[in-house]
Design a protein. Structure first.
Length: 462
């Protein structure tokens, strides 16, 4: 599971939870859990501890121990041991698929107050996390924070709800630092420079609820955040969110920035895991107040992008490629690949536009009369000599391959410099139904490269 979040009947001490903005990479893969837990006398408490997703960690011994002058004495372990004073009221359960284990303690006594460790391996030698447990007589347990354990480069999704009476109030997310709580994003359209293009705030149901997404999570995103309504430290309600980042090296990474040449095209490839084939996937351009949908996998294409954008789904390698061509200066910005349900699969990419010369050349608009013969030509440079070339007919749902001919000449004496470097799509005769957008493109090892769009206009004969 990419993103795990849960509510405790506990609270986190701000001094312990707040981290510096730049987390040392060496501290990126510990066991992680709450810093402070509160429980009611005679009641129960549940603690979840997360661990890095490796095969060893999933199957190694898990333990919960209590610190004393003698060391950290095991209370319960996944090997079946339970300390005499805790028999019948403590349990430990491993959830390897969710990369966490859970300790549950019932019939709490005042003697249960103390400092504990949840860990993997041998006490004091393996990975562990310190947890302070305080048993109180009540009548209330302090409100708990929400804990997030997020993969490096993935997406963090948080939800905050403060009731219908707060609908018209300013909503915000800020990050705790030594100087105060730094505003990350708010409902007035303010976004911190470091989060431009990768943070989004949106209203959700029921009224008074809003969600925040942050893509391309990096080490420095670890820390204590506060979401709230109104203004931090002045008015309104708040909620603490404790975020921890870990690394999974086998996960394919999305390029955070793509460079596109004006007049050419750019290809964006996004990998996904475990998404249903029927799930709606879409691509949108980030704005301060949301994300303007450009294309989805069920047939929608924004009128502003007709003939310019296509989505190619490859279930075999669990990836989606989106191609945007006829690039212009106004295309620069941040683009998000999103799904309607699996929020942790959302990710963002920045597109930068530079001056340059497109590799594929040809007439961008061709006119022909019904019944005549017409050729669409696509000239390519030597750098694409060994690439697969294709023509396809664009529609809102696909770009269907068309039969075409590469004019390369066979023979050992033919070189790129002397060869015909052109791919032709012929219509003989052309029909009115042939009118529309056609793309010439190149591919290599299954990866989409540059494309060129041509509009064929077919008129009735005189």
């Amino acid at each position: 599971m990419t993103l795990l979040a849960f509510f405790f009947l506990l609270t986190f001490l701000p001094v312990e939870s707040a981290r510096s903005r730049y987390l040392p990479k060496a501290a990126s893969n510990p066991v992680f859990g709450p810093d402070q837990v509160y429980g009611l006398l005679s009641g129960s408490v549940t603690v979840k501890c997360f661990y890095p997703p490796t095969s060893v960690n999933r199957h190694d011994r898990k333990y919960w121990c209590k610190q004393s002058s003698m060391g950290c004495m095991t209370v319960v372990s996944s090997n079946g041991y339970t300390a005499p004073d805790y028999k019948g009221r403590v349990s430990i359960t491993n959830y390897p698929q969710e990369e966490n284990f859970e300790i549950n303690i019932t019939r709490l006594t005042m003697a249960d107050t103390g400092t504990y460790q949840c860990g993997i391996g041998i006490n004091g030698r393996g990975l562990s996390h310190r947890v302070n447990l305080e048993v109180t007589k009540g009548p209330h347990v302090p409100e708990g924070a929400e804990l997030f354990y997020v993969k490096l480069h993935s997406t963090l999704t948080m939800s905050c709800s403060f009731g219908e009476s707060t609908v018209s109030m300013r909503k915000y997310l800020c990050k705790m630092e030594k100087s105060g709580c730094r505003n990350i994003i708010d409902s007035h359209g303010t976004v911190d420079e470091e989060y431009t293009g990768r943070a989004m705030l949106s209203n959700e149901e029921p009224p008074g609820t809003f969600g925040i997404m942050i893509t391309q999570i990096d080490w420095e995103d670890t820390g204590l955040y506060v979401c709230g309504v109104g203004f931090y430290g002045q008015n309104g309600e708040t909620k603490e969110l404790d975020v921890h980042v870990y690394e999974e090296t086998k996960a394919p990474q999305v390029k955070p920035t793509i460079i596109g040449e004006k007049g050419s095209s750019a290809a964006f490839t996004y990998h996904y895991e475990g998404l249903e084939m029927t799930l709606t996937k879409y691509w949108c351009k980030w704005r301060q107040y949301g994300c303007a949908r450009i294309i989805d996998n069920i047939g929608f294409v924004s009128g502003l992008y007709e003939g310019r954008v296509a989505m190619f789904d490859n279930p075999e390698n669990k990836s989606v490629t989106i191609i945007l061509n006829q690039l212009k200066d106004s295309d620069k910005g941040y683009y998000w690949f999103m799904t309607d349900e699996v929020k942790e699969q959302q990710t963002s990419t920045e597109l930068k536009i530079i001056d340059g010369e497109p590799g594929l050349q040809g007439k961008r608009k061709v006119e022909a009369q019904v019944g005549s013969r017409v050729n669409l030509t696509c000239f390519y440079p030597c750098k694409y000599y060994s690439y697969q070339k294709y023509w396809c007919k664009w529609s809102s749902t696909t770009c269907a391959l068309m039969p075409s001919s590469d004019q390369r000449q066979p023979g050992p004496d033919v070189t790129c410099d002397t060869d015909n470097k052109v791919v032709i799509l012929s219509f003989d005769p052309v029909k009115k139904t042939d009118e529309g957008w056609y793309w010439c493109g190149v591919k290599r090892n299954g990866l989409y490269g540059e494309t060129m769009a041509v509009y064929l206009q077919v008129t009735e004969g005189e």
